[in-house]
Design a protein around this ligand. Structure first.
Ligand SMILES: *[C@@H]1O[C@H](CO)[C@@H](O)[C@H](O)[C@H]1NC(C)=O
Ligand SMILES: *[C@@H]1O[C@H](CO)[C@@H](O)[C@H](O)[C@H]1NC(C)=O
Ligand SMILES: *[C@@H]1O[C@H](CO)[C@@H](O)[C@H](O)[C@H]1NC(C)=O
Length: 394
């Protein structure tokens, strides 16, 4: 079952316009770049890079946000939702700018490839079933597709563009944490007490005790992760943390939070569930494009609006890099399909804002341009064969 979010498009964008940001300078907070909003066509700096390009998939994390209630605890002086003007879990203005800037960056990178106009066949947007990821997708689309030429319909330099999502409880691709919740939780509980992991997790027993004592919650690595995210956001928003947190934050709580990603990808079955369904979709759409399936003829871009978990588990499941932190707000991974010397293949890039442009990345056993068939073979093990990987008993 798939719902569309056109109405949300309207609500969120009018809010954005109300914030008067869209007409002025947009400050890229990560790297101090200023983007000048302009109607002029963007110069075609990437034409050469784009000449072998056939399809692009982008997975991005939402922007800066308020904490969710489950990242706080009732005795926290900043627990009350009235501290958060947009509500628990929602994007802040800074988060809106981050996502809008992704749209601008993609426009600069793919201007020639995408062409000036929007058409329903060119781009497919999909979000996880969270308000913050839906809003993030709208912001990326707003930066990417300002109306041009005949598509200008009002003085508003924005046009509505629809996107889809799957209800959270069924979303195997973008939110397996809920989509495959029962299976994942059972597997995690088994892993916690396994001979490989139990001795390792011993190091956090004191941490868990301290956290439990102050939050009145039963602790495990997932709960610790949620609290880490909450503390981090509280700091970003300028709300002082309680004195007791000094003993555990940032370390060892930060390490425990990052270890959750390693646990979510600790073996083939975990990787299949945490990333495999998403990867399977990317590869199926890529293959359809390679095979010139009619419905793909005009498709140029897939946008996926997700979470740090999607970015981290993808990087770890493909053994691309050792994740040592929570992936930043607005970080994104690009899959580009190129046809070079008549061989279709993938180029991957990661933008974590440690450099201006997304950096090329590769999977072990292949080059920066990885022929599709080789790529498929290298990742085949973590591609689920059916829904059973998600739903069956362990
Ligand atoms: C939260 O804040 C609102 C507004 O200040 C107040 O009316 C309400 O009582 C507070 N709730 C709690 C649980 O403190
Ligand atoms: C999204 O917003 C609705 C209210 O419109 C709220 O009920 C829901 O809990 C929110 N969900 C998330 C994930 O923030
Ligand atoms: C499994 O998790 C532990 C704890 O985070 C980690 O040290 C180890 O590298 C992980 N193994 C794999 C294969 O990801």
């Amino acid at each position: 079952m798939v719902y569309t979010g056109v109405l949300l498009v309207f609500c969120a964008i009018f809010q954005l316009i109300g914030g008067q940001r869209i007409y002025g300078h947009i400050h890229g907070h990560h790297h101090n770049t200023q983007y000048q909003w302009s109607f002029h066509p963007i110069s075609n700096i990437n034409a050469e890079k784009e000449s072998t390009l056939e399809l692009v998939h982008v997975l991005f994390r939402h922007g800066e946000r308020n904490p969710d209630a489950d990242s706080l605890y009732p005795t926290n002086p900043y627990y009350n939702e009235s501290n958060y003007p947009e509500g628990y879990g929602q994007l802040t203005n800074e988060g809106k700018r981050t996502e809008y800037n992704i749209g601008l960056a993609l426009r600069r990178r793919y201007n020639h490839f995408l062409g000036p106009d929007w058409n329903i066949k060119y781009v497919e947007g999909r979000s996880s079933d969270y308000n913050r990821t839906k809003m993030s997708l709208l912001l990326v689309l707003a930066g990417l597709y300002p109306p041009r030429n005949d598509q200008v319909w009002s003085s508003l330099l924005w046009q509505p563009i629809p996107y889809n999502y799957v209800p959270r409880s069924q979303d195997k691709e973008l939110f397996p944490f809920s989509g495959c919740n029962e299976k994942l939780m059972t597997m995690m509980k088994q892993l916690y007490v396994s001979p490989e992991l139990a001795p390792y997790l011993e190091r956090y027993s004191e941490l868990f005790e301290i956290l439990s004592a102050h939050t009145q919650r039963k602790m495990d690595i997932v709960q610790a992760f949620l609290l880490y995210v909450g503390f981090h956001i509280q700091e970003e928003l300028g709300f002082p943390l309680e004195e007791w947190t000094k003993a555990v934050y940032p370390e060892p709580l930060h390490s425990a939070a990052v270890d959750m990603y390693y646990i979510m990808t600790n073996n083939t079955l975990f990787r299949r569930i945490s990333t495999g369904y998403f990867l399977r979709k990317i590869l199926a759409d890529t293959k359809a494009k390679i095979d010139n399936v009619p419905s793909m003829k005009e498709r140029r871009l897939y946008l996926y609006s997700g979470h740090e978990m999607n970015i981290a588990t993808l990087l770890l499941s493909l053994d691309i890099l050792k994740v040592s932190d929570v992936p930043p707000y607005g970080s994104y991974i690009i899959f580009e399909l190129h046809r070079i010397n008549n061989i279709p293949g993938l180029k991957l890039f990661y933008q974590d804002y440690k450099q201006n442009e997304p950096k090329p990345i590769k999977i072990p056993g292949c080059d920066y341009f990885c022929p599709y068939d080789d790529f498929y073979q290298l990742v085949e093990e973590i591609l689920p064969e059916s829904d059973a990987d998600c739903y069956s008993a362990v």
